[in-house]
Design a protein around this ligand. Structure first.
Ligand code: MF3
Ligand code: CO
Length: 286
């Protein structure tokens, strides 16, 4: 049998005294658990920078919450996001990110995420839409999304929106300092399944702060693995995508961005950026 190689993400410079913190992380690493690289542990200054970015990000979402209405195009949402963000000295992170053409993702009904705003897409009564906003302020990234219901929708779609929000809250509560990323998806999947819904597997939450997407990957389903150790100072998103039907999704071939449910049944998602503290997760995008 071949011994499993331990990934040595955590190292201490030669000759440097081990802190209690180092010892704690190294104990997990020596047991074969996946631990973060040191650079994933943000300094208090970096956390404050991400928090300031999060204030602008929340301002954008609050503006959309006030302005969104039936008859509006998703391109109008995009323009509001661009104007508010730049007026506040910040940059919309999606714009030109890996070729993404707009400032925000707008994902209606069966669109899971990464929908591209368009003048031709008009919000209708009963639509459920995810508006996913990400902001760069002074080099610091924040990322959050909310669902909005246009007028009256069906009880099933309203339930999907509610349960998706509960999944985010349950994921937040499941993430404990010195616990594991895997605890998050396990708790989320249990709640989604208990309500008759499924969890998207092909997209995950992520570390964030100094870049748009950092380690760790945060799965929202039960991988039956621990995943990365959760260490105070880590900053990451939880953003469960919950489907009414199958968990399977496909990428729209026309734009290569829009993610759609395989059965074209509705999907809902909520997202926050969190920092892990000694007492649990704190929201940076309130
Ligand atoms: N905001 C998305 C996330 O939650 C990422 C969108 S990438 C983009 O990670 F290019 F589509 F904006
Ligand atoms: Co995200």
């Amino acid at each position: 049998m071949k011994p499993k190689k331990i990934i040595k993400n955590w190292s201490v410079p030669k000759g440097q005294e081990l802190t209690e913190f180092d010892k704690k992380v190294l104990a997990f690493q020596n047991r074969g658990e996946l631990v973060p690289k040191r650079k994933l542990i943000k300094t208090p200054e970096q956390i404050e920078g991400i928090r300031r970015s999060g204030v602008v990000n929340t301002g954008v979402l609050d503006l959309i919450e006030r302005e969104i209405h039936i008859g509006m195009s998703t391109a109008e949402i995009d323009r509001l996001v661009y104007e508010y963000t730049t007026d506040h000295g910040a940059i919309p992170a999606p714009l030109n990110y890996e070729g993404f053409p707009k400032s925000v993702c707008t994902s209606i009904n069966e669109v899971v995420c990464h929908g591209i705003p368009s003048d031709d897409e008009i919000l209708e009564e009963g639509d459920i839409i995810n508006v996913d906003v990400s902001t760069i302020l002074d080099g610091y990234y924040s990322d959050a999304s909310r669902m909005f219901i246009l007028g009256e929708t069906t009880p099933e779609k309203a339930k999907l929106v509610r349960v998706a929000k509960e999944c985010l809250e349950i994921g937040q509560a499941a993430a404990k300092p010195w616990g594991f990323v895997g605890d998050i998806g396990k708790a989320i999947a249990k709640h989604a399944h208990a309500n008759g819904f499924s969890v998207v597997r092909d997209l995950c939450g992520h570390g964030v702060g100094l870049a748009f997407h950092e380690d760790p990957e945060v799965d929202h389903y039960n991988t039956h693995r621990n995943g990365m150790l959760l260490v105070p100072g880590m900053v990451f998103t939880i953003e469960p995508m919950i489907n009414m039907g199958t968990w399977e999704v496909f990428v729209d071939e026309e734009d290569d961005w829009t993610i759609v449910t395989e059965d074209e049944l509705p999907s809902a998602q909520w997202e926050h950026t969190f920092v892990m503290t000694e007492h649990g997760l704190e929201i940076l995008t309130h």
